[in-house]
Every structure is written in structure tokens, then in C-alpha cells.
Design a protein around this ligand. Structure first.
Ligand code: SF4
Length: 235
């Protein structure tokens, strides 16, 4: 049976699954090529540095110590049925299952929705700017399909955006917030762009990167649209 490929692991985190102590597994492979990607070593499919069976044995030793396991990437849903099977095995150990996803695989997300308890969904830019940022023409449409699928489940989730000033303006952020509000999203997270050392094309200033966080008017307007808004400024 085909197995998942794991390229990274965080053994303990308090910030990747809301309210739960978690481990994060980073699966290799991603259909997108975001300009700001901080995990370029995970983008192409390869064998992965971690044996999934050994990771599973390690997870058994974490029962009672951790509460959740988050699948991230790359794009974990690229692993299809192999991922869903692995998630079921992990869930049987008693862990809540989290998923960080760019929303590119709505049908797989639908299949995984029985086993996944919470997702963090990336909304990367306005529809017009999506292709330039992610290198893919249909990614925005797929992400919206994923959003609609998850809304139908009624399960908890967060939509997050990384504010890279090369691709996002304050007006864009407002447009995106209004779009999410109109779709019934309750939890929104606005993340600061921090240039990755391999992102050699970035030429933004600290002021440009902070502009979304220093504007009280913008923050208050967005805060009023959602049940909760998390402003993630430090990394
Ligand atoms: S979706 Fe995530 S992993 Fe994939 S290229 Fe974009 S930032 Fe990198």
C-alpha cells in the first residue's frame, strides 16, 4: 500500500491547533509555488526524511501527552487516500486531527472531512492576484470550493492570509475580509509576511510589511466582521 511521505516534524506546539497541544507532520509535495513559501524543500515529491511507521510508533508514545496531530506541508491532501488512511490510524490513538491546507484539492478534502476535526485554510490573495502569487490559474476557484465544502461540515476552522505587500494591499485585505464575511466565515487570521532566507526576490521594507498591523482603522473594521480575528505579527 502506498504510504505518505513526511519531510518534517514538529514534536510539540501550542499554536498550530487552537487550544490543543499538538505535533505537526509536514508532508512533501505541493501543487503551488507561492512567492513567499518558507518550505521550498517540501515542494517536490520525494521519499521524505521520516519513516511514517516510525512516526506512528512515536505518536503512540505521545498518547496522553499531546492532544492533536496536525498535517501540514507542502500540501498534505496531495497524498489522497494514503493520507486519509494514515489520519484514521492516528485518530484511533485518540488524537484530534488538524489540517493546514491551501484548498487546492476540494474533492480530497471532502473525503477527509469525516476524519479531520479542524482546518486552517489559506486564502492567499484576491482572485485577480492569485495566479501571480501562487503560479496557478485555478487555485482560487479550488480554494473557494474547499471553503464551501468545509462550511457545509459545520466543523471548526480558520481562514488565514499572509500579508505579503508585493501581492496584497490594504484594499485587497478589506476585499478578502468582506468576501469571507459574506460567505459566513467566523474566524480569520491575518499573518505578517516575514521574508524567508531563500526568498531572494523580496524587496519589501519593515514598514511595508507592518502596514496592515499599524492601521487601527483597518484592524477595527476587520475585527467587526468576524467572531474572532487573530493578528499574527511575530514569527
Ligand atoms: S501552498 Fe504553502 S507549501 Fe505550497 S508553495 Fe504555497 S506556501 Fe509553499
Amino acid at each position: 500500500m502506498k504510504d505518505i511521505q513526511i519531510g518534517g516534524l514538529v514534536s510539540f506546539t501550542t499554536i498550530d491547533y487552537p487550544g490543543k497541544l499538538a505535533a505537526v507532520l509536514f508532508l512533501v509535495g505541493c501543487p503551488l509555488r507561492c512567492a513567499y513559501c518558507s518550505n521550498p524543500h517540501l515542494l517536490s515529491i520525494h521519499d521524505g526524511e521520516y519513516d511514517p511507521d516510525k512516526v506512528f510508533e512515536w505518536l503512540k508514545s505521545r498518547v496522553g501527552k499531546l492532544e492533536a496531530v496536525v498535517f501540514s506541508g507542502g500540501e498534505a491532501l496531495m497524498h489522497g487516500e494514503a493520507l486519509i488512511n494514515y489520519m484514521h490510524r492516528v485518530k484511533e490513538l485518540g488524537f484530534a486531527i488538524g489540517l493546514h491546507t491551501n484548498g487546492f484539492y476540494p474533492e480530497t478534502l471532502k473525503k477527509a472531512s469525516d476524519v479531520v476535526d479542524w482546518i486552517g485554510l489559506d486564502y492567499k490573495a484576491t482572485r485577480t492576484k492569485y495566479p501571480e502569487l501562487v503560479g496557478q490559474n485555478i487555485a482560487h476557484d479550488h480554494m473557494i470550493k474547499s471553503l464551501n465544502i468545509w462550511l457545509e461540515t459545520g466543523k471548526d476552522f480558520e481562514v488565514r492570509i499572509t500579508c505579503d505587500p508585493r501581492f496584497i494591499t490594504k484594499l485587497d485585505l478589506m476585499e478578502i475580509a468582506n468576501d469571507l464575511h459574506s460567505r459566513g466565515v467566523k474566524k480569520f487570521a491575518v499573518q505578517k509576511y516575514v521574508p524567508h532566507f531563500e526568498d531572494s526576490t523580496h524587496n519589501t521594507t519593515p514598514e511595508q510589511r507592518s502596514q496592515f498591523f499599524n492601521d487601527d482603522n483597518l484592524r477595527n473594521t476587520i475585527n467587526e466582521l468576524f467572531e474572532s480575528v487573530t493578528w499574527r505579527e511575530s514569527n
